[in-house]
Structures are given as C-alpha cells and as structure tokens.
Design a protein around this ligand. Structure first.
Ligand SMILES: Cc1ncc(COP(=O)(O)O)c(C=O)c1O
Length: 368
C-alpha cells in the first residue's frame, strides 16, 4: 500500500527513545551479555532500516523473521550480525550464505531435505532452535540437538548458536517458564559440542528473569518502550514508548437529535452535538473494534462514535473545533495519554499487534 504523505495522519517515531530503552535494559542485565535488537515486522511497525541504523552501535546484531527482512537490512548497509528466527527453506541457503545472514535450523528433517536437494551448506551460519515447550519450531530432545549440530558441521556449516523461546515469560504464573528453562538448561549442559552463543531471553525474560540469561538476549517489544505483559506485570523500570500516532480533524459539523453517524447508522445522536471526522480507518490498522474507544483532542478524551470505516472515523466533540485541530490517537496530550497497550486492551489483543497492524498507508516520520 502506498504511504499517504499528503494526508495529515502520521506516526512519529522517537529513535532516541529506542536507543535509550536499549541502554536502560542493558544496564539492568548482567554485564558481558550480547544483545540482539529484534526488528522483524518492520521493527514492529517502526521502520526496520531506520531503527537498525540508529541503534547498530549499541547491539551485537539484529533478529528478523525471514530472509526478505534480512536482505532489506543488508541492502541498507547494515553490517552487524543478522539472525533469521523463523524457518528458511533450504533453497534460500545460498542467498543467506552470500549475504552473511545467520539462520535458525529447527529440525533434522530440514537438514535431510537440504542434503537430498543437493544444497551446499558450506559456510552457512546456523543457530539450532530448541523447542523447549513453545510448540512451534525446534528440536525437542538432546539427541536431536546433538545430531543436528554434528550433521550441520559435517557438511561445512558453522553452528554459531543454540536457542529457545519462552511461551509464558510475561505471565505471573512461572510454572511453564521454569519447566522450559530447566529443559533448555539441561539440554545445553549435556551437549557434547556446545555452540558459542546460547540464547533464550526475549524482552519479558530479560526484564523479569535477568538472572536466567545465558550469553545473549533478543530484545523486541521493550526497545519500543512497551510492557511485554500488557498490564499483567509492572515494568521493573520505566521505558519510553517510541511511537506516537497523530492526525487532525478534517471535518466538523453540528448534528441534530435523531441524526445518525456512519455505516449501519449504529450511532444516533440523543441531543445536539458536534461530530468530528478523522482520516484514519481500518485500512490503516485502526480496526472496527475501536468503536467506543477514544482519541485525545485539546487534552480531552473524545469517543469514537459510529462504525470505523476503511478510511475515516468519527468522534463526538465537546464543542466546535476548527478544521486542522490536532488529534492524538497514540501518545500524550495535555495530562492524558493513550498508549498502544490501552488500544490493545480495548481490542482484546496485545500491544505488539496494535503496532504491527499500523499499515504502510500511515507515513512514519523520525525524530532523534
Ligand atoms: C524467537 C523470538 N525471539 C525474540 C522475540 C522478541 O520478543 P519480544 O518482542 O517479546 O521481546 C520474538 C518475537 O516474537 C521471537 O519470536
């Protein structure tokens, strides 16, 4: 989708907030651990290249989800290590090797497929993925991990690392987290040939279980200043949200009692009132379930009334406002704030999804 630069709806990304968040987290984890910034999904909607360029000197490398995201960084001259966290099919290995991109290798079947297809794994940088309980990808036993490491090395791959991912590190109940940790720790301790990098910590693990970090962390949502648990656990130290979403009133009118607003005529004014229209809608990731949520105008919460359309929303205003009046959809205004976590709660989802769904139609502007 083309970015709509001539429309007043925009996301403002505070790159310094991202670098400060990285420094704050690094200050609170044991010294000497390597850090990877997770910039997959266009850096959670912030812009992967801009974020990577701004923070590259603070981290040891970047994590992305697939080879196209890795290539985007290489094409932008990012030289640090890049690890692809998802499965890359074997036919893409030559590209990964050529561009010095490390990949997760998650099964013996993958190795067998690569060999049966005659694909050379010489020079491939691999991190063996262990499924310690997440249930998505990874080997599930010490035996398979040993075989995979040996098999990769035998055909000339470099096994740089071994890693796992926690399913519940952001929850109050630590039972499952502890089970996964124990499984992975036992597996790593019993490896006859341990790869140099051992990593398991995402944001939640890094901030709430920093004593369990092996020798590297993969920092995602925290670098964007948000709480990985939403509201379940308090952040142990403050972080600064790095994305602000703004627009303006493009239309304001007074409507009479009995007038309806929006598709389905679901909102009918009970009394005379002012309605403002804002150019953002579900095609921007401002989804239909935000009907009834609020935006900030002139330091006040104004309710989204009527259905969210593809390109527009309508809000009830306390008074008449001039066209061009600023609207804050995510961020501070006056004494109030709407956070991505607030939006997520209204939508019964997580702040990650709110950020990632902000579509390319919304241009990103950068401050630092
Ligand atoms: C394997 C892996 N590591 C790290 C992360 C970063 O997670 P977070 O944003 O919670 O730090 C993710 C994100 O989904 C992931 O899939």
């Amino acid at each position: 989708m083309i970015s709509s630069f001539h429309r007043p709806t925009k996301a403002i990304i505070d790159l310094n907030a991202i670098s400060e968040n990285i420094k704050v987290v690094q200050k609170h984890i044991p010294q000497g651990k390597k850090s990877f910034a997770v910039v997959k999904a266009n850096a959670y909607g912030h812009g992967a290249v801009k974020v990577a360029k701004h923070v590259h000197s603070l981290v040891d490398g970047f994590c992305v989800s697939n080879i196209d995201e890795a290539l985007e960084l290489r094409e932008a001259d990012i030289e640090e290590a890049i690890l692809i966290l998802g499965v890359v099919m074997p036919d893409e290995v030559p590209l990964a090797v050529k561009c010095n991109i490390s990949i997760a290798v998650a099964s013996l079947e993958w190795l067998e497929l690569a060999l049966s297809e005659g694909i050379s794994l010489k020079g491939l940088k691999a991190h063996v993925k262990v499924d310690s309980g997440m249930g998505r990808i990874g080997v599930r036993s010490l035996d398979d991990a040993e075989k995979l490491i040996a098999g990769l090395k035998k055909v000339g791959a470099e096994v740089e690392g071994i890693f796992t991912h926690f399913a519940t590190a952001d929850e109050v109940d630590q039972t499952k987290f502890n089970e996964q940790l124990q499984f992975f720790t036992n597996l790593v301790n019993n490896l006859s040939d341990k790869p140099p990098l051992v990593h398991a910590s995402n944001s939640a693990t890094s901030i709430w279980h920093s004593e369990t970090i092996f020798n590297a962390v993969r920092l995602g949502i925290v670098i964007y200043g948000l709480n990985p648990s939403g509201t379940e656990l308090a952040l142990p130290y403050p972080l600064k949200p790095s994305l602000r979403l703004e627009s303006v009133l493009v239309h304001v009118k007074e409507i009479a009692p009995g007038s309806s607003v929006g598709y389905g005529a679901t909102y009918v004014a009970k009394e005379k009132q002012f309605i403002g229209t804002i150019p953002i809608g579900y095609a921007d990731g401002w989804t239909r379930d935000l009907q009834g949520f609020s935006v900030l105008i002139d330091g006040q919460f104004c309710e989204i009334v009527g259905r969210v359309s593809m390109d527009q929303i309508t809000v009830r205003l306390p008074k008449n406002y001039p066209l061009g009046t600023q609207v804050v959809l995510i961020g501070h205004e006056g004494d109030h704030e709407i956070s991505a976590t607030d939006v997520a709660q209204k939508r019964k989802t997580i702040n990650y999804e709110v950020l990632c769904l902000l579509s390319d139609r919304i241009p990103r502007y950068y401050e630092w």
